[in-house]
Design a protein around this ligand. Sequence first.
Ligand SMILES: [Zn+2]
Length: 115
Amino acid sequence: MFCPIHQIEMPTEITKNGLMSVCPVVGCNIIALNGKLSKRATKGNKKYRKLAHKVFDRSWRTSYDRTLLYQELAIFMGKSIEQTHIGLFGIDECKKVIKFSKLKKKYLTKNKVSI
Ligand SMILES: [Zn+2]
């Protein structure tokens, strides 16, 4: 398991929740639990991630290509597609996802885009 930010191997240990890998870089809060990347969650960013997911999902569900939408989100966030996972985002990044999703939904509704 590699940290997507630092591209280095994350040491893995067995915990009560399963296999946990932690990025060894000081200040980096990337973790992987059973192979699934995440950030050490605080109460605040858990709430925002849930909301960002909800709003983002709503913007593509009706009539849009999900892969394309992720690519557009990556550009909007200034990140690579590999780093564009809502599960990795902090509060400010989640707010950006919500902003993007709302703009996108408005645009899609106005132009009645479908594939
Ligand atoms: Zn890292």
